[in-house]
Design a protein around this ligand. Structure first.
Ligand code: TYD
Length: 131
């Protein structure tokens, strides 16, 4: 299993599942921002950018989706379909997300506040920077 996939401890009992995430413990950075994606369309892939400094953990809380991570040399595919699995996306990974199932909900924990200047949205620029 790739080191990018993280097993998150789930507390399951007769009432359901609870997962707790803590900065610098289960999540390897200070969590400064949380966002989530819902109402995703199968025909509308997302992402298509990299971040210069940001680290993120993505968790598919409901349903399933595909993440593609590209470090400029290798493209890796991850199907996320478990609320007890996180995908660690470190800085300078080009990411694409697609294949959203019905009802897919994605939670993202981020190491920095939102900063448009941290984005690289041009794949050729990304390739130049990682070479
Ligand atoms: P975008 O980066 O295009 O999403 P994705 O990578 O999933 O394709 O973000 C969509 C919009 O949301 C865009 O207008 C920027 C805004 N946004 C924020 O305001 N704060 C945030 O933390 C994020 C991630 C996005």
């Amino acid at each position: 299993m790739s080191k990018k996939l993280m097993d998150l401890k789930g507390h399951t009992d007769g009432r359901g599942l609870l997962v707790a995430l803590e900065s610098n413990k289960s999540v390897p950075f200070d969590i400064k921002r949380i966002y989530y994606l819902t109402d995703l369309k199968k025909s509308e892939p997302r992402g298509f950018h990299a971040h210069k400094n940001l680290k993120q953990v993505a968790i598919c809380l409901q349903g399933s989706c595909r993440f593609i991570l590209d470090d400029g040399k290798t493209r890796e595919e991850f199907i996320l379909s478990s609320a007890t699995q996180g995908l660690l996306i470190e800085e300078m990974y080009w990411r694409e997300m697609d294949q959203f199932s019905d009802g897919c909900v994605i939670l993202v924990l981020a190491s920095e506040l939102y900063d448009e200047s941290d984005y690289i949205r041009d794949y050729n620029e990304f390739k130049k920077r990682v070479l």
